[in-house]
Design a protein around this ligand. Structure first.
Ligand code: NAD
Length: 282
């Protein structure tokens, strides 16, 4: 069996096109464009690439975007003051502080400083709490993008057994909440989980968010399962690899996402969707 490819790049392009026409309509109605402020602290090369891609996507759909760069040694107070200013700015509907932040800055304090209605990353405890209660508003971008991918397979999610490998606050945990809200039966695994391959073998849907190249093996995967690869791992030769052994697993799975071109573009598409949604919340 050869898996069907869940083409995140193409699905994200569809979403961007729809957003672009909605923005054109807003402008034609005399409304301002949705505005996203991106805050980058320090010079982490991966963060610089992510921020550049997010801003390019904004420009492409006609959003107004601002980039605020702060030095790696800036104080937490200076960052909080900038967020305060963006919270009050009517031209800004969404605020994104690129993580990770330098060690001397407390990420939770920063996240909680963003107005929940402008929290387009969906990381604020208010937005996570809404998701817990099955009344989501702004949803974390990567899990949201994965739900869109899963819906595009046309499969019924209700009643499926889903396993999430990884329990981070930005991917694994909100992913579990999304799948639970979609009435899947969920298993969340992490570095202390026993008998991981046996658990993965039971699953109809496998979400790999571990951060280890080629971690998920073909003989762990149930034939026909849907396999979503969140991982972005840089190999020694400079190429990118996911958390799934794609060549082998794609011969066993029913659906699979590639890396690159799977979850990554969907994360950015979800960010654009959230920013548009934030206009309506504001
Ligand atoms: P993280 O390091 O915060 O979490 C990794 C999780 O994997 C942890 O919960 C840990 O317990 C678990 N884990 C580690 N070793 C394990 C093992 N042997 N067995 C089972 N579980 C194990 O990472 P994260 O921020 O959730 O990101 C995960 C990966 O996804 C990274 O490669 C990251 O770059 C990528 N990522 C991609 C996107 C995207 O848009 N495509 C977005 C966010 C993160």
């Amino acid at each position: 069996m050869t898996a069907q490819i869940l083409d995140g790049k193409a699905i994200a392009a569809d979403i961007r096109e729809n957003i672009q026409s909605e923005v054109r309509q807003m402008l034609a109605n005399g409304q301002p464009p949705p505005g996203l402020a991106v805050v980058l602290v320090g010079e982490n090369p991966a963060s610089q690439v992510y921020v550049r891609n997010k801003r390019l996507a904004c420009e492409q759909v006609g959003f107004y975007s601002q980039l605020h760069t702060l030095a790696a040694d800036c104080t937490q107070e200076a960052l909080l003051a900038l967020i305060e200013q963006l919270n009050k700015d009517p031209a800004i509907n969404g605020i994104l502080v690129q993580l990770p932040l330098p060690q001397h800055i407390d990420e939770e304090t920063v996240t909680e400083h963003i107005l929940p209605a402008k929290d387009v990353d969906g990381f604020h405890p208010y937005n996570i709490g809404r998701l817990v209660l099955r009344r989501p508003l702004l949803r974390p971008c990567t899990p949201k993008g994965i739900m869109t991918l899963l819906q595009r397979t046309g499969q019924q999610l209700e009643g499926q057994d889903a396993i999430i490998i990884g329990q981070s606050n930005i991917v694994g945990r909100p992913m579990a909440l999304e799948l639970l809200a979609a009435r899947c039966t969920i298993t969340v695994c992490h570095s202390r989980t026993k008998d991981l391959p046996d658990k993965i073998r039971q699953a109809d849907i496998v979400i790999a968010a571990v951060g280890r190249a080629h971690f998920v093996q073909d003989y762990w995967v149930k034939p026909g399962a849907t396999v979503i690869d969140v991982g972005i791992n840089r190999l020694d030769d400079g190429s990118l690899a996911g958390d799934v052994d794609f060549d082998a697993v794609s011969k066993k799975a029913g659906w699979i996402t590639p890396v690159p071109g799977g979850v990554g573009p969907m994360t950015i598409a979800s960010l654009l969707e959230n920013t548009l949604q934030a206009v309506k919340l504001g």
